[in-house]
Design a binder for this molecule. Structure first.
Ligand code: ASP
Ligand code: MG
Length: 422
């Protein structure tokens, strides 16, 4: 029998009614002849509430007890869902991460999953039961409960799906799928039928927070298809899979439609990151080791640096360095940059938090010249000044004035015809 893994996020199991409606859906899939494994998050905002509770008791919790506490939310939703299934006459059992064989590293609060021991899971499936597993947790080598980082249930589900060699990992959530951009900014934004792992990772890291990025990484390693879809609707969402699989699916669709379907667009999505700030270090002496010193110090202080641009001066003895950081870290980053600038005898540090980053993402861009030029032209026509530019094979990012970020996304969405993307 084919195995299908379902994952339900907190809002999808947020109330008893929603748990019952989820159970209905699972029962149908089971009756259609599939073996079903379900991974659940905690109900609604339970995990946040547990953390609030903890903060009323202590502000320096022991990490072991933190994991013991926050992992309980998932136990509630798993047990309730198993009961709802049983009440509908669908045999089911709930398992904790540990009972389900999810083994993690020995690191509290943010462990990675090391392996999944399938014996118990397979036994339960064989006996005809739907298996409901608590997401977000496993056990370490000492048998302690370990959590795998906030939002980690997506990763639990993909890892379990990969270990079981499931046909697909269906992740049910409160959105219809992945869109070409945020529909709140561009109402014409389209739901994408397919997106590659790489594109999804870029969009997620660029602020389209739909999936836990580690779940996409894990899926790409094991070539597991993720189907991201709405928990309360019976419509297909977005398939996240390898470019090869996407091309096969597009070929199949093209054959069906008699060659009418257009070729895959180069730009697939536009992301806006409004949570950044820009720093510049001016007149840095141009000699080996300065960049290593600056970014090494920032890294040691756990400041995440994103875009980095170095510009040369005409005499060639000095350079300016500009880079971006997460906005909440600007103050700390400036302090560090000023310290290092002094040591290096640079002229000084400038900072600007009134900026946003607009990025085009698409794995087809690399083979399609002119995408960058068209992006810059579009922004220029809209009177939007570009402050920094970085590019990779699948992404072009521009930093612009914060108040112009949304307009930039709207203009680019139109210029690249994303309202027509399928
Ligand atoms: N309940 C956990 C959290 O809120 C894990 C998850 O929902 O994925 O972070
Ligand atoms: Mg989530």
């Amino acid at each position: 029998m084919e195995i299908i893994v379902h994952k339900y996020g907190g809002t999808s199991v947020g109330t008893p009614e929603k748990i019952k409606s989820v159970a209905q859906r699972i029962k149908k899939v089971r009756e259609a002849g599939f073996e079903v494994v379900v991974v659940v998050s905690a109900m609604g905002h339970t995990t946040d509430e547990l953390i609030d509770l903890m903060q009323k008791v202590t502000d320096s919790p022991d990490p072991r007890e933190y994991d013991m506490l926050v992992s309980t939310g998932e136990q509630v939703s798993a047990a309730l869902l198993a009961m709802a299934l049983q009440a509908m006459g669908c045999p089911a059992v709930s398992l904790t991460g540990g009972q389900a064989g999810v083994v993690t590293e020995d690191i509290y609060k943010k462990a990675r999953i090391k392996e999944i021991k399938l014996d118990r899971l397979k036994k339960e499936l064989k006996s005809g039961k739907v298996v409901v597993i608590t997401g977000f947790q496993g056990v370490d080598s000492h048998g302690d409960i370990i959590t795998i980082g906030r939002g980690g249930s997506d990763t639990s589900a993909v890892a379990i799906a990969a270990a079981l060699k499931a046909q697909v990992c269906e992740i049910f959530t409160d959105v219809d799928g992945v869109y070409t951009t945020d529909p709140r900014i561009v109402p014409e934004a389209r739901k994408l039928r397919y997106i590659s792992y790489e594109e999804m990772l870029e969009l997620a890291s660029l602020g389209a927070q739909v999936l836990h990025p580690r779940s996409v990484e894990c899926a790409s390693i094991y070539n597991m298809v993720i189907h991201l879809r709405h928990a309360q609707k019976d419509i297909e969402g977005t398939y996240i899979m390898s470019p090869e699989r996407i091309l096969d699916s597009l070929d199949a669709a093209r054959d069906k439609e008699g060659g009418k379907m257009e070729k895959k667009e180069a730009v697939r999505g536009i992301a806006l990151d409004e949570n950044i700030a820009k720093l510049g270090i001016l007149n840095v002496p141009d000699r080996p080791g300065t960049a290593a010193k600056i970014f090494g110090t920032l890294a040691k202080e756990k400041i995440n640096v994103d875009m980095i641009v170095q510009s040369i001066h005409s005499q060639g003895t000095q350079a300016d360095l500009a880079f971006t950081v997460d906005r909440p870290e600007l103050k700390k980053a400036v302090e560090i940059a000023e310290r290092v600038a002094k040591e290096l005898q640079a002229a000084g540090v400038v900072a600007d938090s009134d900026v946003s980053k607009v990025s085009l993402v698409g794995i087809g861009m690399v083979s399609q010249p002119g995408t960058a030029a068209k992006m810059f032209e579009t922004l220029s026509d809209a009177g939007i000044n570009i402050q920094l530019i970085t590019t990779s094979e699948i992404k072009i990012s521009c930093v612009v004035k914060a108040e112009q970020g949304k307009k930039a996304v709207q203009m680019l969405h139109k210029a690249f015809g994303l309202e027509k993307v399928a």
